[in-house]
Design a protein around this ligand. Structure first.
Ligand SMILES: [Zn+2]
Length: 527
């Protein structure tokens, strides 16, 4: 025992002396340099933040960024111009094409038995009302025995607006019931709601159509529009996705207004609505990723990549999905260019198109740039809202604990203290763009943030707007991202891609499989 220890000590001293003679000074220097640059990053992020300007220009002036819309293209051009203004090389890279559509106004009114303007909008890619308002009575999809009975009923929709969503029994979110209801009352409501939801599911199933094909069948039978309400289980929030109709508009209205029209219809008050939906079909249009780059000086063919999807749904302005990820990456790039203009490795940022339809921009990039995937030192993606980063997973890479842990140890405590890590973690198969790189075996990570009620209140809703941004948390994330990018770039060692053995899937009993690389949809929005 003792002997071995002596040998070890001698060896240790030998190594130590060697270090002193050649590079201990160098290491100490590098450490001092690290902490100096990190201090300067923190100061720049806090004292010269450009986040509110970026948010105003993108969210308020340009607005939502639906794939194929002129707004998306405008945003791509805006980002390139921003980067050029900061002296950073930037370009839009075409990766495919999509059905182009430009959202116009949606004006929706109840005009009988009383007048009330209704809160709502056409869904993405909805057909327009051809420059005029259309006024019609409403009808509810009935509860019939089967598809034969439904087909027999179908002609009744001719010349009407058809209500296809369940009327929610309460417009109060569950947390509000939890706070104020008696337990009996809350339980009763939940039971009723569950029964009603199941009955509505059966009602739609018995038509013989699905959520996707029913609007088309109604349109074919002469309906003048489809009216729905996709409540997001919070006060004032609905999710706004895409229309399935080809000729008549599909609109979503608020829970409150939908309930009003539904009850009037149900009680034979013969309500009438007036809908004016404007939009433009643009044919197939090219789609782009915006890429920006600070060239590496020592290892230009190794890459540290920042990543956030740029597109959004268009019910609001895509502030937290994914304006906030976008601003974080842009601001981190600005700061890195200013304080660390000659990185060891090349620092890239990818602002992806069409994440929302299946990670298309980043999947295309992985296909189109094998050299970058091969040389990827690390990628950091952020895409789950405005919150400060609270967790990082090693995505199944066996040695990720070592390099992520090493980099995080140098992140300022005020930022690191909010973060929990899990190593090796398991490889993400989807959810956001890091997964496109993980599937290809490249070390890509998600900077996962606190929710701030993301799921119900902002994710794909009509309320995902500027005011939901928590700028203090964003500044925190900018510091984290810039520091991680700096450290990953400077790291003397190249990161390991060794994969961990994945646990057996308890459902199937089969060994866990690494997710497969999936192809981008390069031509979207067409049947
Ligand atoms: Zn997103």
């Amino acid at each position: 025992m003792r002997k071995i220890k002596q040998v070890l000590i001698a060896r240790y001293l030998g190594v130590f002396m060697g270090l002193v003679s050649c590079s201990l000074a160098g290491i100490l220097n590098a450490q001092n340099n690290d902490s100096l640059i990190i201090q300067r990053i923190v100061a720049e992020a806090n004292q010269n933040s450009q986040l509110t300007t970026l948010a105003h220009e993108l969210l308020d002036v340009i607005g939502p960024r639906l794939v194929g819309s002129p707004k998306m293209q405008q945003a791509n051009n805006w980002a390139v111009a921003k980067y050029k203004g900061w002296g950073i090389d930037s370009r839009n890279e075409k990766w495919g094409e999509w059905r182009g559509w430009d959202r116009g106004i949606s004006h929706i009114d109840l005009v009988y038995p009383r007048v009330k303007s209704l809160e709502g909008m056409q869904l993405a890619w909805s057909p327009s009302t051809n420059g005029k308002a259309v006024t019609a009575e409403t009808i509810i999809v009935p509860d019939l025995a089967d598809s034969v009975a439904f087909d027999k009923w179908l002609p009744a929709v001719k010349g009407k607006f058809v209500l296809i969503s369940m009327n929610q029994p309460t417009g109060r979110p569950d947390y509000n019931w939890t706070e104020f209801a008696t337990k009996e009352s809350f339980d009763k409501m939940k039971q009723q709601r569950a029964a009603q939801t199941e009955a509505w599911r059966k009602r739609i199933a018995k038509t013989g159509y699905t959520a996707r094909t029913l609007p088309l069948a109604l349109e074919k039978a002469g309906a003048l529009g489809i009216v729905m309400s996709n409540w997001s289980q919070g006060f004032g929030v609905n999710k706004i996705f895409s229309a399935y109709t080809k000729k008549v508009p599909t609109i979503d209205i608020s829970l409150e207004d939908y309930g009003l029209v539904y009850r009037l219809t149900e009680n034979s008050q013969k309500p009438k609505m007036s809908i004016r939906a404007e939009s433009k079909e643009m044919g197939m249009v090219p789609t782009f990723n915006t890429i920006a780059e600070i060239k590496g000086t020592e290892k230009p063919d190794e890459y540290v990549m920042l990543s956030a999807h740029f597109d959004s749904w268009d019910g609001a302005s895509g502030a937290t999905d994914n304006g906030t990820g976008t601003f974080t990456m842009m601001e981190a790039m600005r700061i890195l260019k200013k304080l660390y203009p000659n990185p060891k490795r090349t620092i890239l940022v990818g602002h992806w198109g069409s994440e929302e339809q299946g990670l298309n921009g980043s999947r295309a990039f992985v296909e189109d740039h094998p050299e970058i995937v091969k040389g990827l030192q690390a990628l950091f993606n952020q895409d789950n809202g405005t919150g400060r980063v609270s967790s990082i997973s090693g995505q199944g890479f066996l040695n990720s604990y070592s390099y992520i842990g090493k980099w995080l140890s140098k992140v300022p405590d005020s930022v690191r203290s909010h973060i929990t890590t899990s190593f090796p973690g398991s490889p993400g198969a989807g959810g956001s763009d890091f997964a496109s790189f993980v599937a290809a075996g490249a070390p890509a990570f998600s900077l996962s943030s606190l929710s701030w009620s993301y799921g119900n209140y902002t994710w794909h809703t009509n309320r995902d707007t500027y005011d939901k941004i928590v700028f203090d948390d964003l500044r925190n994330n900018v510091i984290l991202t810039a520091v991680l990018a700096y450290l990953a770039s400077e790291d003397p060692t190249t990161t390991s891609r060794e994969r961990s053995i994945l646990p057996v899937n308890p459902r199937t009993g089969e060994p866990g499989q690494w997710p497969e690389v999936r192809k981008a949809t390069r031509k979207g929005g067409v049947d």
